[in-house]
Structures are given as structure tokens and as C-alpha cells.
Design a protein around this ligand. Structure first.
Ligand code: 13P
Length: 338
């Protein structure tokens, strides 16, 4: 079992490739569709994801795709399951299994992620449907007096319980604690919150007997708050993020994949590139972007069948740029070569 999980984890962070997060819940995809004035119907969601997944050559730069419960059960317009569409281009299907972050009772402003009840049975079904890896996202907020260590521990505990169940079912768990960039906090506060969260997470993963070789970490870069007056440079972001990981992430983890978390698409690529230029590191450093891969594509597609190729071109371009950044070879020329 160990070797199968390990080889899947390594495949997901193979050189030149990263993960496409396309697992927006119904609420989140509605927000994305609102931006192009498109109604969030099942047919439109299918059309959008089919457009993304059928992008020619996407599998050269994307190793795996994280799906939502609805999508893993959906068929393309010609009746082919979307899972098969991915597999036939060499991309590994994955599944988001948490059921969302909810307010943590008695801890104002903090959240805990739900979804453990019945998870063993759900994993069995997802494995049957073709999923080979999974994702669970925990949300940590920075604010007055938060995050508390209680909130960090509650989320780390849930992440570890999920990870153990994923491995039992033969799926690689992506453990995702996201320290949100919302707020006007300094990069130092983001560093402290990220460090405390990652240390708590790896303590819980060990306590729950999770194999690290068969696990991937997905997390945020260490950044200034979105509304902070003083914004860290790409070089500072790279330096602080790497320092944070060296102090908290065991070398047994095959790879760390970043979320974009609201960073614009080009900075997300530049920052990843900056970190890989400083390599080699103990772990592969790659991407698992949602918005930073999809935003230009969604805008070009606009829900129109006649724009499918335009949408695919934008997605492929971001996949090529991030595939290069993942190896530290991204450049302005590559960005402008669209
Ligand atoms: P973003 O890259 O848009 O943050 O999405 C990644 C993701 O999967 C968050 O859970």
C-alpha cells in the first residue's frame, strides 16, 4: 500500500507539472459564474469543466485535477465520464471530501472544517469512481487575538483523521491548511500563523500514524495581508515561505503544492518561480491553483460554446507558465508568448 500511495504522490508533483483545483463547491462556482453573468446550472457547470478538461496538451503540464462531488459523477456531452476524459489525457482524478469550514462554536471569527462522519464509506465510493487522491481544506483566519492554538489544533486533528482514512482507502491525502490573506496583517504575522499551523498539523499526522511519504501538503505562501500597506516583495515571500517550511515540514513529504488563495495569476506564478530558483529543496514545490489557473480561461469562455477554444488557450497558457515556474524556469518571455 505504501509504495502505491508514494508513487501516486510523486506522480502528482512530477517535474514540470502541477495540480488543477477545479473542486469549487456549488456555492463557490456560483460566485465565479456570477462574474461572467452565467447561471450556475448543472449543464453550465458540466460545460465549463468539460471545456477545461478537454484542453489539448493539458496533461503535459497538469498531473492531476481535484473534482467536486457533482463533477466526479458527471459525463461529458458525448456521454464519456469526465473522469475518463482526464485519464485519457494522463491526468489523475482527485476529489474534495470536506464539507466546508463552519464557525467554531465559542471561538468568534474562527472556523473548523466538517466532513468526517461517514467518510470511510464515501472514500470507498470515490475510489470506485476513479479518485486516486483527495483534498481536505482547513481555514485559519488572522485577526485580533486569532488564530488561537485551540482552533489550530482542532483543524489539525480533523485533517489528520481525514488523512488516515484516505490512506486506508488507497487515496493520497492532500492536507490543506489555508491561512487566509484577508486582512491588513504583516508578513511576520502570516509567518507565525503558518508555522504554528504546520507544526501542529505534522504532530497530528504522526499521532494518527499517517504515512508522510504518501501525503502531499497544500498550503499558502507566507504573504502580507491583502490590505496591508506594506506589501512584501517576491524575494521576501520566497525567503519567508521557505524558512517557514524548513522549520515545520518533514523532508519525508514528497511535495508541497501551493493554493493561490486570491493572489492574481501572474504573481502566483512569479512567486512559485522565485522559490524554485532557490532550490533544490527537501520537497518538490509545485502548484494546486484554482483561481490562478482558471480566471483568464473563465473570462475568455464567458459561457459561450463558440469561445471554448479561447478558454482552453488561456488555461493552457497558465498551465505552461506554472509548469515552468514549478521548475524555476519561468520568464517574462514565456508569459508574453501567449
Ligand atoms: P485557489 O487557488 O483559488 O485558492 O483554490 C485552490 C483551492 O483548492 C483552495 O482550496
Amino acid at each position: 500500500m505504501g509504495t502505491q500511495l508514494e508513487s501516486t504522490a510523486r506522480e502528482l508533483v512530477a517535474p514540470g507539472k502541477g495540480i488543477l483545483a477545479a473542486d469549487e463547491s456549488s456555492g463557490t462556482i456560483k460566485k465565479r459564474f456570477d462574474s461572467i453573468n452565467l447561471e450556475s446550472t448543472e449543464a453550465n457547470r458540466r460545460a465549463y469543466r468539460e471545456m477545461l478538461f478537454r484542453t489539448p496538451k493539458l496533461g503535459d503540464h497538469i498531473s492531476g485535477v481535484i473534482l467536486y462531488d457533482e463533477t466526479i459523477r458527471q459525463n461529458a456531452e458525448d456521454g464519456t465520464p469526465l473522469v475518463k476524459v482526464l485519464e485519457s489525457s494522463g491526468m489523475i482524478p482527485g476529489i474534495k471530501v470536506d464539507t466546508g469550514a463552519k464557525q467554531l462554536a465559542a471561538f468568534p471569527g474562527e472556523q473548523v472544517t466538517e466532513g468526517l462522519d461517514g467518510l470511510r464509506e464515501r472514500f470507498a465510493e470515490y475510489a470506485e469512481l476513479g479518485a486516486r487522491f483527495a483534498k481536505w481544506r482547513a481555514v485559519i483566519n488572522i485577526g485580533d487575538g486569532i488564530p488561537t492554538s485551540f482552533c489550530i489544533d482542532a483543524n489539525a486533528h480533523a485533517l489528520a483523521r481525514y488523512a488516515a482514512l484516505a490512506q486506508e482507502a488507497g487515496l493520497v491525502p492532500i492536507v490543506e491548511p489555508e491561512i487566509l490573506m484577508d486582512g491588513d496583517h504583516s508578513i511576520e504575522r502570516c509567518y507565525d500563523a503558518t508555522l504554528a499551523t504546520l507544526r501542529a498539523l505534522f504532530e497530528q499526522l504522526a499521532a494518527h500514524r499517517v504515512s508522510l511519504e504518501g501525503t502531499l501538503l497544500k498550503t499558502n505562501m507566507v504573504l502580507s495581508g491583502k490590505d496591508a500597506k506594506q506589501q512584501a516583495t517576491s524575494a521576501q515571500i520566497a525567503e519567508e515561505t521557505l524558512r517557514c517550511f524548513r522549520n515545520s515540514v518533514p523532508a519525508a513529504i514528497p511535495g508541497i503544492v501551493f493554493l493561490s488563495g486570491g493572489q492574481a495569476d501572474i504573481p502566483a506564478t512569479e512567486n512559485l518561480n522565485e522559490m524554485n530558483k532557490l532550490g533544490p529543496h527537501p520537497w518538490e514545490l509545485s502548484f494546486s491553483y484554482g483561481r490562478a489557473l482558471q480566471a483568464p480561461s473563465l473570462k475568455a469562455w464567458k459561457g459561450e460554446p463558440s469561445n471554448v477554444e479561447a478558454g482552453q488557450k488561456e488555461l493552457l497558457h497558465r498551465a505552461i507558465c506554472n509548469g515552468a515556474a514549478r521548475d524555476g524556469t519561468y520568464s517574462k518571455q514565456l508569459e508574453d508568448a501567449a
